[in-house]
Design a protein around this ligand. Structure first.
Ligand code: ZN
Length: 304
């Protein structure tokens, strides 16, 4: 998962028109409303595709037209239906069929579904917020509005939350919570439940993330061996280091580019390159470790 900037105030025109057209019947029919696919298709789908570089908002896999679905972050149907958000731009995400099937209408929240009336306690949101004239409050439909956030959803929203603050990848390629339970239980649960809701540790995803880590390890090992073999003939050590290692660092850094798949893996490896890759390549050989540290310093300086 990766943070994406979407302007919640500028929905695709077709979506906005569709909502205006359907608003009254939506509020009247509630969860019985028949949502029309044509409203999500074309312009809405295209805009989501561009914003996310055709990648799934949850697992970051590239999607074909066959696997691309327009997902409702808060479900429009089911036991807890947020029907009034069915055509809401901030509630729509491009999601692959695998994540979509795993999630279904599941949307757990941290607050109870029922509380005693008048108790003033927070409760799951079940109705839209209405203005004094009876019209629907458009602002309170946005996913980052305090009205909706008050129910404390567990599922991370890639356009509101920063996934890097909640999730990281372990050496085996599994997604895990970045936050310890005793530090912040709600945040810990958000990470854990997001992984569970979209099934983000399914076998194929773990394998693909592991392959990325392994690919970097193999490349760094290869370049290290080559550099050491030629070290006796090196006249200018810094230039030779640049030639041998900058290409590796660039490839790793590029893994975090927004159009790449699994950028969270790339980010995590880059942030922890010493602990993950250097450790694996050096195998406690401090001389090699020092050399790689030096090459990395040279690379970082060259970027300043
Ligand atoms: Zn997915």
């Amino acid at each position: 998962m990766r943070k994406v900037n979407k302007n919640f105030n500028a929905p695709p025109k077709a979506l906005q028109r569709g909502f205006e057209e359907k608003k009254n019947s939506l509020l009247e029919q509630k969860s019985e409303h028949q949502f029309e696919g044509r409203i999500y298709n074309n312009a809405t789908k295209q805009e989501l595709k561009e914003l996310y570089y055709s990648k799934c908002a949850y697992c970051e896999s590239l999607m074909s037209d066959d696997t691309f679905t327009v997902e409702h972050y808060r479900p429009k149907k089911g036991s807890y239906s947020y029907y009034w958000l069915g055509y809401e731009w901030s509630n729509l995400l491009p999601v692959c069929d695998k994540c979509n099937n795993a999630k279904g209408d599941w949307f757990p929240v941290n607050v109870p579904s029922r509380v005693l009336p008048g108790s003033g306690k927070k409760c799951r949101i079940k109705t839209p917020l209405l203005l004094s004239n009876g019209d629907i409050d458009i602002d309170a439909m946005k996913a980052n509005h305090p009205y909706l956030l008050s129910e404390e959803p567990y599922l991370l929203h890639p356009e509101i939350d920063e996934p890097k603050e909640f999730l990281l990848i372990n050496y085996n390629g599994e997604l895990v919570s970045r936050i310890e339970k005793d530090v912040n239980e709600y945040h810990y649960e958000r990470a854990k439940q997001t992984i569970r809701i979209a099934n983000l540790n399914r076998e194929i995803l773990i394998w693909k993330r592991r392959k990325i880590i392994e690919g970097f390890e193999i490349l760094l090992k290869k370049q290290t061996v080559r550099f050491l073999e030629e070290i006796a003939n090196q006249k200018d050590l810094s230039s030779s280091m640049r030639l041998a290692f900058f290409v590796v660092f660039e490839i790793i850094e590029n893994q975090f580019n927004e159009e790449q798949e699994y950028t969270l893996t790339g980010w995590w490896i880059w942030e922890n390159i010493k602990g993950i890759l250097f450790n694996a390549v050096c195998k406690d050989n401090q001389e090699i470790e020092k050399m790689l540290d030096y090459a990395l310093d040279l690379y970082i300086q060259s970027k300043c």
